[in-house]
Design a protein around this ligand. Structure first.
Ligand SMILES: [Zn+2]
Ligand SMILES: [Zn+2]
Ligand SMILES: [Zn+2]
Length: 144
């Protein structure tokens, strides 16, 4: 029987393998962005190099995007459906919670276009905002 996530991989022209389905499943199950170490821990036992290679394939194929949130580790989150291998469309703001240290995509908040002086040529823009996520800001909820 076909794995329910196989179509997601095929739609991005990624050949489904057991490892790719496992990594995709972890990303789908976790709304927050995950680092290589996070994915590896959730997949135990997993070979770090294989997980790394899988995340790179996903990034190259427009299935996930990389987020540098200042925590020191690059994190990965699922892309918007419009992303292609040539062109990632995830020009949204990311939010890093300083308490639970989770990074979230804010797909409805677009990164503003910022004009630069002179001959600077922008290749990518990322905007990470930091503070308390909704769960951490709500003192009535138990800490995660
Ligand atoms: Zn993307
Ligand atoms: Zn938080
Ligand atoms: Zn994102």
């Amino acid at each position: 029987m076909a794995h329910p996530l196989e179509d997601t991989l095929i739609a991005k022209q990624i050949t489904p393998t057991a490892m790719r389905l496992l990594v995709l499943d972890v990303l789908v199950q976790h709304p927050a962005a995950l680092s290589l170490t996070d994915v590896e821990a959730l997949l135990q036992p997993a070979d770090r190099i294989t997980v790394h290679r899988t995340l790179k394939t996903f990034t190259d194929k427009g299935l996930v995007h990389r987020i540098e949130d200042g925590s020191g580790a690059v994190k990965f989150a699922l892309c918007e459906p419009s992303c292609t291998p040539e062109h990632h469309q995830d020009l949204h703001v990311h939010f890093f919670c300083t308490r639970c240290r989770e990074t979230a995509c804010l797909p409805t908040v677009a990164v503003p276009v910022i004009a630069l002086p002179g001959a600077y040529q922008v290749q990518e823009t990322s905007l990470v905002m930091k503070g308390l996520c909704a769960r951490c800001a709500d003192a009535t909820l138990p800490p995660a």
